[in-house]
Design a protein around this ligand. Structure first.
Ligand code: SAH
Length: 245
């Protein structure tokens, strides 16, 4: 049998949120490649080799996957959530573009997964029920000035927003700056939700106003959802109406 590469999303954490399509690909694989905690979510079995790698080596990891597929292996590259959302699918195509032309004839498929913001939004209610955007707050691959620019314009445009990678130990101050921009553009009454470890045993959901939000409410296991001016509470739920004036 000839080799292939599947780039698969494992969802936010709960095994029930892995799609049957992804399960089938894992059942057929000879090799699984990915960041350590994601590879550890795959059940070992005879005939399956697990390749764990560090977080910041995405293109090398993707190149390794393509090399193995070219040797005839059936390779699944795993990401959490959806592989196209701040994850491995783009890295794989970047490696493909830089690689030998023969790789272009390999079978490559991207299998979607439930991304963190949609899992979090479902738990909260429907905060992303009107127009929204997703922004990665990490400045590993882009300057912080660009992130600030996009935040400001998205807030001015009235988008609800989902923030990935909101606050890490290596850049503790930037999320505070992001909150300042949001308070200035959206006002203190706008709702902000912090969804941590969604769908895992230690999941927590906290919704406050921007006026009461503090930077320590977010970490790298949190996806942050900021509502638009119409986002409101109904009982324990948070939702954004579908209509806007
Ligand atoms: N491809 C992933 C995102 C990878 S970036 C996806 O589609 O979900 C990693 C960021 O995703 C984390 O810093 C956090 O902001 C978010 N994240 C991933 N899983 C999460 C979960 N179970 N609960 C809350 N946030 C999560």
């Amino acid at each position: 049998m000839s080799g292939w590469v599947v780039i698969a999303g494992l969802g936010p954490g709960d095994a029930a949120l892995v799609t049957p399509e992804v399960r089938d690909a894992l059942a057929e694989a000879t090799d699984v490649v990915g960041y350590i905690p994601y590879v550890r979510r795959v059940t070992p079995r005879p005939g399956l080799t697990l390749h764990e790698s560090d977080n910041r080596v995405e293109v090398e990891r993707a190149t390794h996957a393509l090399e193995m597929a070219a040797e005839g292996k059936r390779v699944v590259v795993v990401s959490s959530g959806d592989p196209g959302v701040f994850a491995m699918a783009s890295a794989l195509f970047e490696a493909l573009e830089a690689g030998p032309e023969v790789w272009l004839s390999l079978e490559i498929r991207v299998l979607p997964g439930i991304t963190a913001m949609l899992a979090a939004a479902a738990r909260l209610g429907a905060p992303l029920g009107h127009d929204f955007c997703a922004i990665n707050l990490s400045d590993n691959l882009k300057p912080w000035s660009l992130i600030e620019h996009r935040l400001r314009l998205a807030a001015q445009a009235g988008f609800a927003m989902a923030f990935y990678n909101p606050r890490s130990a290596s850049r503790p101050h930037q999320f505070g700056e992001a909150l300042e921009i949001l308070r200035a553009e959206c006002g203190p009454d706008c709702l902000i939700s912090f969804a941590r470890n969604v769908s895992k045993d230690d999941e927590t959901l906290t919704t406050v106003t921007l006026g009461d939000a503090t930077p320590d409410m977010a970490d790298m296991r949190t996806v942050v959802i900021v509502g638009n001016a119409d986002t409101r509470r109904v009982g324990p739920h948070v939702y954004t109406p579908r209509r806007a004036e």
